[in-house]
Ligand binder design. Structure first.
Ligand code: AGP
Length: 608
C-alpha cells in the first residue's frame, strides 16, 4: 500500500527516484510522483497511472538535484488522480511530503486548518501533514516535523523536504515500514530494501516512533521527544537478483519456478548437525508449549489458506485444538484467549494491517504470539513473542506463490518440532517425515518441466465467466487458494467448494461448458471425487482433474487429467499448488492482464 523513497547524496536524485519507484511499484500503482530539490527550489511532478507516465512526464524536464522524495500510490483517501498523487505540499509549495499509511484524525485536522484559512488542493489525508509541518516551520524542518507528529494520529511513514533547507531530508516511521540505506554516495530512505538493493546493503531498520534527520554527511535518529537514538547498521544478505526478473517474463513465473529451491532452503535452515528439525532459536520451550491448550492460526488471503492446511497439520502432530481465522474477522469477534493460548500469525509481508490489529488484540488478552513471516524485521515479526522466518526471499508479484509454499513447509516443520517437544513423536518417525519433505522439491521440478498442459487448462478456465474448483479435506483448501489465484490475476469469478457441498445448492450453477477443476490427492477419497465429476459432467461441465495416486478411473470420466507425482496425501498440498498457480498465471496471460500488478490490488495491504 504505497511505496516511498527518498535520497540525499552525490548522485542525480531523479534517476534514483525513478529506479526506486519502479521497484516499489508492486506496493501500489494507481499514481506516482516525486519532488526534486534543484537550485534551491522544489520541482514536483505527479501523474495518475503507472510509473511509465511519470517517467514520460519528467523525461524532458532536465531536473537535476541531489535531494528527492518519491511515491507510488494505492488510493485510500481520494480517487487516483494527478491531484491526489503524492507528494503533497503546503500552500506556498515550499514543503513537500510523501506518505505511506493513514492519518486517522485528518478530518478534524483538515477542519481546523481550513478554519485557519488553509486551502486544500487534494482529497487525501496526507495533505494535512504538509500544512501542519508548514504551520510549525520556523526555519528548522526537523523541529517542525517533530511537533507535527505529536498531533498526527494513525500509521505513517513519511519523507519530507523543504525549499528553505535544500540539504536536508527528514523521514518518520510510525507503524508503516521504512528503512534507511547508508551508501558511499549518500543516504536513502525506502519502504522496502528492494528499491535500494543495488545501491547499498547497509541498512537501518527504523523503529516506530523514530525521526531521521539527514544532512549531507551526517544523520541523526531521534524519538518524537527529540532524544537521540543509536541504531545498529545491519548488512543485509539479499541478492540483487532477487529484485529482478532474471529472464522470466514476469515475477510471478520466476517466483513459481523458485519454489523447489525455496522449499529446499527452508528445510535446510531448520536442520541441526544431526539432520533433525531444530527451532531452538525460537526459544519456545517444551515447558511453554505444554501449557498451551489452544492454537489459533490467523492470517489473510493466501496466508490464510496456508493456515487452513496448518490447522490439519497441527492437530495431527500436536493434538492441540487448532482454529483458523481470517485476521479481520478474528479482531471483530475475538474468541476467549489467555496465556495458555498460542496465536500463530502467518504473513508474507509482515505488514498486513488486519493481521497487525488482530495481533494487538490477542496481545491484550495475554495470548502467546508466534509469527511466520517472510519479510525480515517486519512489524508482525517485531511484535511477536516468537518469530519463524520463511526465508522465501523477496516476493514481488502481487499474487503470492513461493511465500505460500514456504509457509506450508514451515508449518509442517513447526508442527513436528512441537510434536517432539510434547513427546508425541520419536526420532525414527521424524526422520521418515523429513525424508518425505526432502523429496518435495524434486516433485515440484517435475511439474515445471513442460508448461503446455497448463496453457491448455488456462484457456478452458478463462473461457467462461465462472469457474469452480472442487476438493475434499486438504484438497479443498488447495482449491480455495486456486480460486483466489485465478480471480486475482485472471479476473474470472472462481469459487472453491468442498466437493460434497455441490449438491446442496451450487450444482444449480453448472451448465454447458462450465469449467470445473477437481483436485484429488487422497486415494481414499478418489471414488467420491469421481462421483462428483460424474455429477457435473451430467450437467454439461468441462472437467479437469488434478490427481495423485491411482488415476486410471478418472480417465474415463474427466475431459482432462493432470497426474501429480506420487505423494503421501498429507503432504500433497505442497505439490498440488504448482498446477493451480500455473493455470492462473497462463489464464492471466490469456486475457492479457498485468500479471504482476493486477487491477485494484497491492502487494502489502497496510490499511484495515
Ligand atoms: C495473495 O495472492 C494475495 N495477494 C493476498 O491474498 C495476500 O496473501 C494477503 O493480502 C496477505 O498478505 P500477507 O501474507 O503479506 O499478510
Amino acid at each position: 500500500m504505497c511505496g516511498i523513497i527518498g535520497y540525499l547524496g552525490d548522485k542525480n536524485a531523479l534517476e534514483i527516484m525513478i529506479e526506486g519507484l519502479t521497484k516499489l511499484e508492486y506496493r501500489g500503482y494507481d499514481s506516482s510522483g516525486l519532488t526534486i530539490v534543484s537550485n534551491e527550489n522544489l520541482y514536483t511532478v505527479k501523474k495518475e497511472g503507472r510509473i511509465e507516465k511519470l517517467k514520460a512526464a519528467v523525461k524532458d524536464l532536465n531536473l537535476k538535484g541531489h535531494l528527492g522524495i518519491g511515491h507510488t500510490r494505492w488510493a485510500t483517501h481520494g480517487e487516483p488522480s494527478d491531484i491526489n498523487a503524492h507528494p503533497h505540499m503546503n500552500m506556498k509549495n515550499t514543503i513537500s511530503v510523501v506518505h505511506n499509511g493513514i492519518i486517522e484524525n485528518y478530518i478534524e485536522l483538515r477542519r481546523e486548518l481550513e478554519a485557519e484559512g488553509i486551502v486544500f488542493k487534494s482529497d487525501t489525508d496526507t495533505e494535512v501533514c504538509a500544512h501542519i509541518i508548514d504551520k510549525y516551520y520556523e526555519g528548522d524542518l526537523y523541529e517542525a516535523v517533530r511537533r507535527a507528529v505529536k498531533i498526527l494520529k494513525g500509521a505513517y511513514a513519511l519523507g519530507i523536504c523543504a525549499k528553505d533547507e535544500p540539504g536536508r531530508l527528514i523521514a518518520v516511521k510510525k507503524e508503516n515500514p521504512l528503512i534507511m540505506g547508508i551508501a558511499k554516495d549518500g543516504y536513502y530512505i525506502s519502504s522496502d530494501i528492494l528499491a535500494i538493493l543495488d545501491k547499498t546493503k547497509d541498512i537501518i531498520y527504523l523503529k516506530d516512533g523514530q525521526i531521521v534527520d539527514i544532512k549531507k554527511d551526517e544523520y541523526k535518529i531521534t524519538n518524537f521527544n527529540g532524544e537521540i537514538i543509536e541504531e545498529k547498521i545491519e548488512t543485509i544478505d539479499i541478492k540483487t537478483s532477487d529484485a529482478t526478473k532474471e529472464g522470466f517474463e514476469h515475477f510471478m513465473l520466476k517466483e513459481i519456478f523458485e519454489q523447489p529451491d525455496v522449499i529446499k532452503n527452508t528445510i535446510s535452515r531448520r536442520l541441526n548437525s544431526k539432520g533433525l528439525i531444530d527451532f531452538e532459536d525460537l526459544k519456545l520451550t517444551a515447558e511453554t508449549l505444554k501449557s498451551i491448550n489452544r492454537i489459533y492460526i490467523v492470517a489473510c488471503g493466501t496466508s490464510y489458506h496456508s493456515g487452513l492446511i496448518g490447522k490439519v497439520i497441527f492437530e495431527k502432530f500436536t493434538n492441540i485444538l487448532t482454529t483458523v481465522e481470517v485476521s479481520s474477522e478474528f479482531s471483530c469477534n475475538l474468541p476467549k484467549l489467555d496465556e495458555n493460548t498460542l496465536v500463530i500469525f502467518i504473513s508474507q509481508s509482515g505488514e498486513t494491517a488486519d493481521s497487525i490489529s488482530a495481533l494487538k488484540a490477542a496481545r491484550e488478552k495475554h495470548a502467546k504470539i508466534l509469527s511466520i513471516v517472510n519479510v525480515l524485521g517486519s512489524t508482525l515479526a517485531r511484535l511477536s513473542d516468537y518469530t519463524a522466518y520463511t526465508w522465501a526471499g523477496p516476493e514481488i508479484s502481487v499474487a503470492s506463490t513461493k511465500a505460500y509454499s514456504s509457509q506450508l513447509i514451515l508449518l509442517y516443520l513447526i508442527a513436528i518440532d512441537f510434536s517432539k517437544k510434547l513427546n508425541l513423536i520419536d526420532e525414527k518417525a521424524e526422520m521418515e517425515i523429513l525424508n518425505n519433505l526432502k523429496e518435495i522439491p524434486k516433485k515440484l521440478s517435475s511439474l515445471l518441466n513442460d508448461l503446455e498442459i497448463y496453457k491448455t487448462f488456462a484457456k478452458i478456465a478463462v473461457s467462461k465467466n465462472s469457474v469452480f474448483y472442487l476438493g475434499r479435506f486438504l484438497d479443498y483448501y488447495t482449491a480455495k487458494e486456486a480460486a483466489l489465484k485465478l480471480k486475482e490475476i485472471s479476473y474470472v469469478h472462481a469459487e472453491a467448494l468442498p466437493a460434497g457441498e455441490l449438491k446442496h445448492g451450487p450444482l444449480a450453477l453448472i451448465e454447458r461448458d462450465t469449467p470445473v477443476i477437481v483436485i484429488s490427492t487422497n486415494e481414499k477419497l478418489h471414488e467420491k471425487m469421481i462421483s462428483t465429476i460424474k455429477e457435473v459432467k451430467a450437467r454439461g461441465a468441462k472437467t479437469i482433474a488434478i490427481v495423485s495416486g491411482e488415476y486410471e478411473a478418472f480417465e474415463s470420466v474427466s475431459d482432462y487429467i493432470l497426474k501429480l507425482p506420487e505423494i503421501d496425501s498429507i503432504f500433497a498440498p505442497l505439490v498440488s499448488v504448482i498446477p493451480i498457480q500455473l493455470l492462473a498465471y497462463f489464464g492471466a496471460i490469456e486475457i492479457g492482464s498485468d500479471v504482476d500488478k493486477p487491477r485494484n490490488l497491492a502487494k502489502s495491504v497496510t490499511v484495515e
